[in-house]
Design a protein around this ligand. Structure first.
Ligand code: FES
Length: 928
């Protein structure tokens, strides 16, 4: 079959049933991305004879004689298509994984289509941006300045990778040419939620032509670990094996086949014969803690396992109190008591988890993987397999979205085992279905909140009782639990507090790290309860918060002093400004029209009820118990600077900010800074890109390294000038020293870069451990319309004010806030991974699990508080996770304001809101 791709003729024979996307990628056309296999996400969009199609559902054999154009064929970084230029100028991407497909579809839109963009672009999902910047690109709005212009910090400098991303040239994890030596891995998952393998027979599978090996629990290295990764591996329980004989959730690995192709590997999986002893399973945290419940990890009882109460299925617990809460509640003029529940949420990053492993020419294991934590993966893989960490290299290219989901080790261990067994290169790539059925989700929680207050609204007591379902394994089940009840509780001044929290094993798929790390669920409950308290007292909800939020000088009252002992008040404080900014914005009304969603028209009929609500949140600017960055900055030929930093770029924007910080310290422009990152060979160490640490930890370390380099360059230049003209050194005190693009100017003399480097390398290092931590603040305001007959909630206004300290890159910060808000709107209103009573996921595709489309989300108005944080780089605080946390309660409070009934459950789906609005099955205790 012959056809043309981006101007090049391809002469190929597709496999039977092969689709265009896999055919293109097999032939090195990596500008076409895989986000799903069902035509739902649009990451694989290409033009076939000028018409946009989803190549993942386009049969390859239909391409005979046709012309295919991908993003790489539309334009090049040097000569981009106008749409690609517009996407770069508008900063219309974060991770960029959707962008190549987006620009392909957008390139076909004419002026009329642009008016109908919400319908025309429904088939292209973006999980990161919230779509405002994409819409700006379509309108030709420029939001960035070029990296070679002006002062570095405070400018909306474009991302260094911008032109590569929009033209499909940026490399993601599996964007490497297929080699003949590459093998593929497929996994046979457990059909039972709880079972023991009695016997397993791999004979037939191994006999299949093209199969190289079949791996089972007989091949397990026998070392317990956790898929959750932290600076200290002791933060998570050791409860997981590469292959376990006991299966604790549906889909858990039973066997893995390594074969010449994915198709053969999957065929062979079906030939593995397994005899199971089916064990009783438990799917509800309360039932799991009851006497007689099936125990998931009863055999792991030593302190080394780090499971709080294996005999109760409790992996972690916190029960702490300051003062006497019951007494304080009894003596309060007003009290509130409610229970809120939150659902499972999928990260839905468009790039799925994937690893390609190989052995390099020095015999080292190399893992190219989609991870937020390359160094932590290296160290744990080495530990589990008994390897010297120096013999393992982990590389993350640009990662297609993370949101905490790639702070897990889900594919790397299995690929390592397969590479060690076969000596060949092996690739393991999750499908979209895998992402929904076996990748960890956000922790579902049930949170009871009781508040007490005086008649003037002063809080007298706060009790938070939280139960969370950590699923079959405890990855992040400890950290999320402690974090969920830290800043959410600490942000209020109330001196009498009690927290009860337990993280519980069940036979459900594991939960894990997700943007906000547990805070969002508890903030939803507390901020809803605060709203109820305001109604109870007849005090304006914003005013009630003003009277009770912490202000500088207040102690941070939490019930686990160990957890928060390093939170400090030396940081800046802008919560008061954020409250004012949101109050003003809500009073002014929406600045743009709400998106024209499908559904009933919005009109003045009594069917529609409108309301407003607000909520606030605080979050520490990095994770507790240490986060380390060791960075380097080096002067290189031509007066450029090479930086080595361990953090991965997955849409968080740290790469851009890092270039800005280094450029500022060295008095240059960001385009003269070359970034080498997320490769364990390219930097000394970094804990990883999570907990919003990329700016405040790695950023500070880089700034310190750049300052040190500046001093070294200055000292060398002075020495060289002194040697050249002795009078300059001895006779002239303090000549002006300025770093210029061509070298260092000392007085009137320029010491060129070549001369500087002729006397040895100029390389400086910088480190930062992230402590003490500061606090960032967010306040969200929502205006909604609720359609009583259908239960539809339409967000008419979404506004968020943030205290991120010094704003290093306004457009990027705005994008983080918009993206976090859009993601939160999705999980507030409709996103939910649904399990049946036996732990089976029933929402295993983008059709069943609805991610916000361009037509679904309003523009979030973003406001910045003006503060300067002395703990952050150049006064900045982190702001990747924080925007998510206050959105759900702000919308819930607006719904309550509209219909007079409180929603207790997320997501607030139409059926649930309809039940509330109509009084049918109206709950009083968290039922809807
Ligand atoms: Fe669109 Fe990440 S930028 S999915």
């Amino acid at each position: 079959m012959r056809f043309e791709v981006d101007g090049t003729r391809l002469d190929v024979t597709p496999e039977p049933g092969q689709v265009l996307r896999t055919l293109l990628r097999e032939h090195g056309v990596t500008s076409v991305k895989k986000g799903c296999d069902s035509g739902d996400c649009g990451a694989c969009s290409v033009l076939v004879d000028g018409t946009p199609v989803h190549s993942c559902i386009t049969p390859a054999h239909r391409l005979e004689g046709r012309t295919v154009t991908t993003a790489a064929g539309l334009g090049t970084p040097e000569r981009p298509h106008p749409v690609q230029r517009a996407f770069a100028d508008a900063a219309a991407f974060q991770c960029g994984f959707c962008t190549a497909g987006y620009v392909v579809t957008a390139s076909t839109l004419d002026a009329d289509d642009l008016d109908d963009r919400h319908r025309k672009l429904k088939g292209n999902l973006c999980r990161c941006t919230g779509y405002r910047a994409i819409s700006d690109a379509l309108d030709g709005v420029r939001n960035t300045v070029c990296a070679g212009a002006g002062a570095a910090v405070g400018q909306s400098v474009a991302a260094p990778a911008a032109m590569r991303i929009v033209t499909g040239n940026e490399e993601y994890t599996l964007d490497v040419r297929k080699t003949e030596a590459l093998l593929h891995l497929a996994v046979l998952g457990s059909p039972h939620p709880h079972a023991r393998i009695v016997s397993i027979d791999t004979t037939e599978a191994e006999a299949l032509d093209g199969v190289h090996t079949v791996l089972t629990h007989h091949d397990d290295p026998g070392v317990l670990f956790s898929t959750g990764r932290h600076e200290s591996r002791l933060d998570d329980p050791d409860d997981t094996l590469v292959f376990d004989r006991v299966l604790r959730f549906r889909g858990q690995r039973v066997a893995a086949v390594v074969a010449d192709s994915v198709r053969i590997a999957e065929q062979a999986c079906a030939l593995v014969r397994v005899e199971y002893e089916v064990l009783p399973s438990v799917h509800d945290p309360d039932a799991a803690r009851a006497p007689g419940a099936p125990l998931l990890h009863a055999d792991k009882t030593t302190v080394e396992h780090r499971i709080a109460e294996p005999a109760r299925n409790v992996v972690a617990a916190l029960h702490g109190e300051t003062g006497d809460v019951e007494r304080a509640l009894a003596g309060s003029a007003a009290t509130v008591d409610g229970t809120w529940t939150t659902g499972r949420v999928s990260h839905a990053a468009l790039e799925t988890h994937a690893t390609r492993g190989s052995v390099d020419t020095d015999g080292r294991l190399v893992l190219r993987t989609a991870t937020q934590v390359p160094f932590l993966v290296r160290d744990e893989v080495a530990r589990v397999f008994g390897l010297d960490p120096d013999r393992v290299r982990v590389v993350a290219k640009r990662v297609g979205g993370g949101f905490g989901g790639k702070q897990e080790m889900l594919t790397e261990d299995l690929v390592t085992l397969a590479v060690l067994r076969t000596g060949r290169s092996v690739q393991y790539e999750f499908s979209r279905r895998d992402e929904f059925t076996i990748a960890p989700t956000r922790h579902p929680m049930r949170v009871r909140v009781r508040l007490g207050a005086t008649t003037d609204g002063t809080l007298t007591a706060m009790h938070v009782d939280q139960t969370m379902d950590t699923g079959a394994y405890g990855n992040h089940g400890v950290g999320v639990m402690f974090h969920s009840v830290s800043e959410s509780v600490a942000v209020y001044r109330c001196p009498v507090k009690r927290v009860d929290a337990e993280s519980v094993y069940t036979n459900n798929l594991p939960s894990g790290a997700f943007r906000g790390y547990g805070l969002g669920q508890v903030v939803f409950a507390i901020e809803s309860a605060m709203d109820d308290l305001a109604h109870e007292l007849g005090i304006d909800p914003i005013e009630l918060r003003r009277r009770n939020v912490i202000v500088p000088g207040d102690p941070l009252v939490v019930t686990d002093p160990h957890e928060e002992s390093d939170l400090r008040w030396e940081g800046s404080y802008g919560l008061d400004q954020c409250l004012d900014l949101v109050e003003d914005a809500l009073a002014a009304g929406p600045v743009t029209e709400a998106p024209a969603m499908d559904g009933p028209p919005l009109d003045d009929s009594p069917d529609w009820a409108t309301g407003t609500g607000i909520a606030l949140a605080a979050i520490a600017t990095m994770p507790p118990r240490g986060h380390h960055a060791h960075t380097s900055v080096e002067l290189t030929a031509g007066g450029r600077y090479r930086i080595g930093v361990g953090t991965a770029e997955f849409g968080n924007g740290t790469t851009t900010v890092h270039t800005q910080l280094v450029a500022t310290a060295l008095g240059t422009t960001p385009d003269r800074v070359d970034v080498h990152q997320s490769d364990t060979d390219a930097a000394r160490y970094d804990t990883g890109a999570f907990g919003s640490a990329g700016v405040v930890v790695a950023g500070r370390a880089l700034y310190a390294a750049a300052q040190a380099l500046r001093e070294d360059m200055t000292a060398r230049a002075l020495e060289l000038v002194a040697a050249r003209t002795p009078r300059t050194a001895s006779g002239v005190l303090g000549p002006a020293v300025v770093i210029e693009p061509d070298g260092v100017r000392v007085g009137d003399e320029l010491v060129g870069v070549d001369e500087l480097l002729a006397h040895g390398p100029l390389l400086a290092h910088g480190t930062h451990d992230g402590t003490p931590r500061s606090l960032a603040f967010t306040v969200h305001g929502a205006r909604v319309a609720v359609h009583r007959p259908t239960g539809e909630v339409r967000v008419l206004q979404s506004v968020q004010a943030v205290d991120a300290g010094t704003v290093l890159n306004p457009e990027q910060l705005r994008g983080q806030v918009e993206g976090g808000s859009a993601q939160a709107i999705g999980s507030t209103l409709y996103e939910e991974v649904v399990l049946d009573d036996t732990g089976r996921v029933t929402t295993d595709s983008f059709r069943a699990y609805r991610v916000p489309k361009i037509s679904d989300v309003p523009r979030t108005e973003v406001r910045f508080a003006a503060t300067h944080d002395p703990l952050g780089p150049l006064g900045a605080k982190s702001m990747s996770e924080a925007p998510y946390n206050p959105v759900a309660p702000a919308i819930a409070n607006a719904v309550r304001d509209a219909i007079g009934v409180r929603p207790y459950r997320l997501p607030m789906t139409r059926d649930r809101i309809w039940a509330l609005a109509t009084g049918v099955g109206r709950p009083t205790d968290g039922g809807a």
